[in-house]
Design a protein around this ligand. Sequence first.
Ligand SMILES: Cc1cc2nc3c(=O)[nH]c(=O)nc-3n(C[C@H](O)[C@H](O)[C@H](O)COP(=O)(O)OP(=O)(O)OC[C@H]3O[C@@H](n4cnc5c(N)ncnc54)[C@H](O)[C@@H]3O)c2cc1C
Length: 445
Amino acid sequence: MKVVIIGNGISGITAARWLRKLGNAEITVVSEESPYFFSRTALMYIYMGHMRFEDTKPYEDWFWKKNRINLLQDRVKNVDFSGRTLQLSNGKLEYDKLIIAVGSKSNKFGWPGQNLEGVSGLYHLQDLQNMEKFSKGLQKAVIVGGGLIGIEMAEMFHSRNIPVTMLVRESSYWDNVLPEEESIMVTEEIRKNHIDLKLESNLQEIIDGGNGKVAGVIVKESGEKIDCGYVGLTPGVSPNVAFLKNTDLNIEKGIVVNNYLETNMEDVYAIGDCAQLSDPLPGRKSIEAVWYTGRMMGETVAYNIMDKQVTYDPGIWFNSAKFINIEYQVYGYVPNQEDSEVKHLFWKNEDNNKSIRIVYDAKHKYVRGFNLMGIRYRHEVCEKWLAEKTSIEEVLVQLSLANFDPEFYDSYDQQLVDQYNKDNETSITIKSKRRLSKVLEFLGK
Ligand SMILES: Cc1cc2nc3c(=O)[nH]c(=O)nc-3n(C[C@H](O)[C@H](O)[C@H](O)COP(=O)(O)OP(=O)(O)OC[C@H]3O[C@@H](n4cnc5c(N)ncnc54)[C@H](O)[C@@H]3O)c2cc1C
């Protein structure tokens, strides 16, 4: 059986690795951007000098040959689904089973000047090269969009002392996702780092310096003109599926798949950022453009291709990031506002750079989500509490199981529990001692 995978990102590569573990298929991965799989999430660290590109490759170059996974660096221009053939820039490729794992592309919303030199998103390696090229002698960068990638780009320029202005549509950083307190915390963190954050500000146009290169931007609301030599466009990403739009493949925003990750075309699957679930679980999005989703889908699709049918189970929602110096972790359901379904227990420190939020069911009192800023909890412990619908009070009693660092976190736990006791007139005390053996026992290891 010939399996062809388009895309060598986390989804395509996980699929290839699992296919190899599960059987003897002939596997070819065709991808345009780079000859080998690298960690996209580490792009910023290359620019900031913490890593070399080589260090972002999770596998040695010999790994692929040894595991009989053929890698081909080429562009897929078109797919003939009825003839089961890919049209590449350099030739053709036939398949019995096809996995489409083509990821995302940076959004551009038709702004005047968006295609000038010195304007770019941050998604592909080429974007990083572009940033690098324009950084020499750069006096000022403007970043449009305030999500996770926008703040990464700001930090990157900041690390080289290049002044940055961020134009953000919302009234506080990422407040469409983060609850108010956390959003304010990050807003302050950005400003503390001397990044000029302009809220409720949209891009009107990007100005051409007369030579095809960017010279500045105009802010819609204020009409202000900001001179700059680089514009980073980071208002989100969307599935990179334009090259398939003239086919019979069912595409809405992404490539529509069922819970087996099958598309409407026979023996064709889609996974990762480019896949849109037709029937996502309640409370989950149809497209979840994160690393872990790609990894889980890659494994699921391999099982399905090897006739060991499994439905895609996205598990407990998890995401993590770093907002300059503040680490962020989210597990499960954490709405940005209280709603009638849930209650929030929240604590933050006086310096406003650490916080713990536990969201629990208003009626049945079991935990629904954790939002952590500047503090890290044990992944498996949080997942288990959420999967088992553990009551908030039991979680608080055992809270120490989630912590890595007994020295520092004791007081945070206690303050959180005090807060709960005060709000609910209870007298819960933290019981478990924080020994690793207790954690392993709790996890059944
Ligand atoms: C800067 C940045 C930071 C991020 N940080 C985080 C994070 O902290 N946590 C997290 O969970 N997620 C993060 N993400 C998101 C995460 O990286 C993506 O969800 C994930 O990499 C998507 O993997 P994928 O395999 O689906 O697609 P991709 O990694 O995009 O791989 C798809 C590959 O297919 C290739 N391709 C596309 N079309 C064609 C074609 N026609 N022919 C040939 N090849 C093609 C592309 O060139 C690409 O190399 C980040 C993303 C970025 C850009």
